[in-house]
Write a protein of this length. Structure first.
Length: 368
């Protein structure tokens, strides 16, 4: 058996699975190759419906769980075929799964991801690491974000202060160069803009923010949105598209008596993302540090322009630091898989607020 690890990540937009194959011999991170594979439209629709439902049907979740696992298995098979890797060379798979619900602050804290890791392990005959958030939540943490630990590993070795911003459906931020790395979710990233684009038949997302750029910010609506308690809450904190979702948009719009053009709502939503990112940077007192973006939002030219305007400086992508911004999270969970195989525990107290060191991920060995 080799020292090859596979990382799998599916973001809140649920449009595709990012896959990365890594050679992690001698603790160095060598990326063998990456690709992404489309999630079938029927499965995607089911995922989005379940994530927005107040109480998703249990049977529906179980079906989605197995169907997502099938797609993840197929993605691994496709990647190893393309890269000419034998399955028996893979030491383990790190599969984050598709987040449906994330509620770490309720009476019964939990975070639900689908894409059954036991099925992945059984179907491929490979140890699979999944349910990455569970142990942290049981240790009274938020369960997310987890990527700041990896950002520290790959981007923090030079000792220089920098900010890494992952813009997926939700935005998470990592502040590197402090005595201890700090990270948290700043708020919505692409999720609200994607929802609004789909509702108005623009597409699954607003390509490069062109539709938002055609609109004008509605300032009363922007104020209502930015008055949400989440933005002023101190970290550690995390959120998900089940909170910042379709209902949230409608609640804010209903507070405004005037009719708002759809493109103006989109322009306002993009401003919410930009302002919440800038506010987080200011809260960290990191205003003069280099800022690097990753995730799908790093392709939204209008969003980047708005962030640069607010922070009064340039932002870059993680490409400048040597890692493709589209696959940073998949690479991260491949790396976490190795840490779990080695039984490494992490202190996430400055990131998630957990009260003790925890394993990141649970092991699932093949049972057949």
């Amino acid at each position: 058996m080799g020292d090859i690890y596979i990382g799998l990540m599916s973001g809140t937009s649920a449009d595709s699975i990012d896959c990365a194959a890594l050679n992690l011999k001698d603790e160095k991170i060598n990326v063998i190759g990456c690709n992404n594979y489309e999630i079938p439209s029927t499965l995607r629709s089911g995922i989005l419906e379940a994530s927005q439902a107040n109480s998703p049907d249990k049977t529906q979740i179980e079906i989605l769980d197995m169907n997502m696992a099938n797609v993840l298995v197929a993605s691994v098979k496709n990647l190893v075929h393309e890269l000419d890797i034998n399955l028996n060379e893979i030491r383990a798979i790190g599969s984050h799964g598709q987040t449906i619900k994330h509620n770490p602050n309720g009476d019964n804290p939990f975070s639900l991801q689908i894409g059954n890791p036991q099925k992945i392990s059984n179907d491929l005959g490979i140890t699979t690491i999944g349910n990455f958030r569970t142990d942290d939540i049981e240790a009274k943490g938020q369960g997310a974000p987890l990527t700041p630990i990896f950002h520290e590993k790959v981007f923090g070795s030079d000792g220089q202060s920098k900010i890494i911003i992952n813009i997926g459906g939700i935005v998470n931020i990592s502040a590197l160069g402090l005595q201890k790395t700090i990270g948290f979710d700043t708020g919505p990233g692409n999720c609200l803009m994607d929802i609004w684009s789909r509702r108005n038949n623009i597409g699954n997302y607003d390509d490069e923010g062109k539709w938002a750029a055609s609109g004008t910010i509605n300032h009363p609506l922007l104020k209502e949105m930015m008055d949400d308690d989440y933005f002023s809450r101190n970290y550690p904190k995390s959120t998900g598209p089940d909170y910042f979702g379709e209902n949230w948009i409608d609640q804010q719009i209903n507070k405004i008596p005037e009719n708002i053009a759809p493109e103006d709502t989109q322009a306002t939503l993009i401003q919410v993302t930009a302002l919440s990112i800038a506010s987080a940077i200011e809260k960290l007192d990191f205003t003069d540090e280099n800022i690097y973006l990753c995730g799908g939002g790093s392709h939204n030219k209008f969003l980047i322009q708005e962030i640069e305007k607010i922070v009064n400086g340039s932002v870059y992508t993680s490409e400048k630091l040597g890692i493709d911004p589209d696959y940073l999270e998949a690479i991260c969970f491949g790396w976490f898989a190795k840490q779990r195989i080695k039984d490494v525990k992490f202190d996430l107290s400055q990131i998630t607020g957990s009260i003790k060191e925890v394993y990141v991920g649970r092991k699932y060995e093949p049972t057949k």
